[in-house]
Design a protein around this ligand. Structure first.
Ligand SMILES: [Zn+2]
Ligand SMILES: [Zn+2]
Length: 418
């Protein structure tokens, strides 16, 4: 089951109440038409507001990590992918439940801010430890599904945020601030958690106008676009660490009218633990049924992955196809009108799937899959490349090949075909 969390939000210009989704990055107010890009800092932070008559000043907010993305598990000897949609505690507190359960669907979320309370506990586990946490949690699921003997795991995150849930102290007990029932005794051992709670959150949620940093023109994109484009100066931008940063891109010209452009990340890595610099290295390592040509020994290896959200199995199929093909494309930096799919998966998230792509390509899986855990990839370069696809019924077809992507493989954002 896959859910997109909904957040009660207020237009920062006119105050209109609106509902946004957790994947939203560009906000256009339907009332005053203001256009802003969310600038969450390290990650988005949401709150489950306290219910009942508890005063905001008496509430302590406990953080949970929220993960949604693709989770791949390499077992002897295949690669399995599924959607992960879960919450995990980011503090080790014995009185708290192991996850937020259904309350993120049954209760409206809000952007976390000091107006909802002052004591927001800081998460102990860091954003970077996400994979370890996902692994420890999925271990049990894998055992239950008789998928033990995992050789390698990868998590391609699409949403990573913090969700705070409220608690308060009453009658020597710790109360859940949403259902207003006791969670446990307010014992001497548990007191430091509350006494050391900060008086101010130490962060604020910010946003910037959706204007091109290069020329001041309106930036374009869909509400869940992680890359926005400027048609005036033909540039592309992403929000990173609180500021716009330029994204290099190229567009492959369509040969037929009515083509639909799909964005791909074309990535170059350096690897520790394996020799994998050229296309010839890939053919040998993955035992591809091809005779190595001399030119391949100097052809730098590029990994291709969708820059959009799809189901895990098409994700690895598309990545495998284009990485094996190593398309030799001629691109131009000019964006066509309409018929362009939004970039809804960032390059650093997509890069986490590189070893999965390698594993799915391998012909001799018994040989390569056990080696994946010893390979350490480092992303050196990611370039956004738009490839034209032809629309045939319920499929998009890559011109010149018989490779197709069914429309129902897309997640979150279906192609807007004319
Ligand atoms: Zn407004
Ligand atoms: Zn511009």
């Amino acid at each position: 089951m896959e859910n997109s969390l909904r957040i009660d939000y207020q237009c920062p210009q006119c105050g209109a109440p609106v509902v946004i989704e957790e994947t939203d990055r560009l906000f256009t107010c339907g009332f005053c038409r203001v256009r802003i890009v969310f600038n969450p800092g390290e990650q988005f932070r949401y709150c489950l507001p306290v219910t009942g008559d508890t005063l905001a000043d008496d509430v302590v907010y406990i953080p949970f990590w929220r993960f949604k993305g693709m989770y791949f598990n390499c077992v002897p000897f295949e690669v399995k992918g599924k959607i992960m949609d879960a919450t995990f505690p980011s503090l080790d507190l014995d009185f708290m439940p192991p996850n937020l359960g259904y309350r993120t669907q049954t209760h409206a979320l809000r952007m976390a801010s000091s107006s909802l309370g002052r004591a927001f506990l800081a998460p102990h586990t860091r954003h970077e430890d996400v994979l370890a946490m996902v692994e420890s949690r999925t271990h049990y699921v894998d055992v239950m599904n008789k998928e033990s003997g995992s050789l390698f795991k990868a998590y391609v995150g699409e949403v990573t945020s913090l969700i705070y849930t409220p608690v308060y102290i009453r009658n020597r007990a710790i109360y859940d601030g949403i259902i207003n029932r006791p969670l446990g005794r307010y014992s001497v051992e548990r007191q430091p958690v509350f006494e050391n709670a900060p008086g101010e959150p130490g962060w604020t949620f910010q946003f910037v106008p959706a204007l091109c940093p290069g020329c001041g023109w309106d930036l374009e994109g869909e509400r869940d676009s992680v890359v926005l484009t400027c048609r005036n100066c033909e540039t592309a931008w992403r929000m990173a660490d609180g500021a716009f940063s330029r994204v290099e891109y190229g567009v492959v010209e369509a040969r037929t009218p009515g083509a639909y452009l799909l964005p791909f990340w074309v990535m170059r890595f350096s690897f520790e633990g394996v020799t994998l610099d050229t296309y010839a290295d890939l053919v040998r390592l993955a035992n591809l049924p091809r005779a190595v040509q001399k030119a391949w020994e100097v052809q730098a290896l590029q990994f291709w992955t969708p820059a959009f959200r799809v189901a895990p199995s098409p994700y690895s199929r598309i990545s495998r196809q284009f990485t094996m093909l190593q398309p030799d494309v001629v691109t131009s930096p000019s964006l066509p009108r309409g018929g362009v799919h939004p970039v809804t998966l960032g390059a650093s998230d997509a890069a986490r799937g590189v070893l999965v792509i390698l594993g799915t390509m391998a012909v001799a899986k018994q040989r390569l899959l056990p080696r994946l855990a010893d390979i350490r990839p480092k992303l050196e370069e990611a370039r956004l490349t738009y490839l034209p696809f032809e629309v045939h019924g319920q499929e998009l077809q890559h011109p010149g090949t018989d490779f197709t992507i069914p429309l129902n493989a897309f997640r979150g954002h279906p192609p807007a075909l004319r």
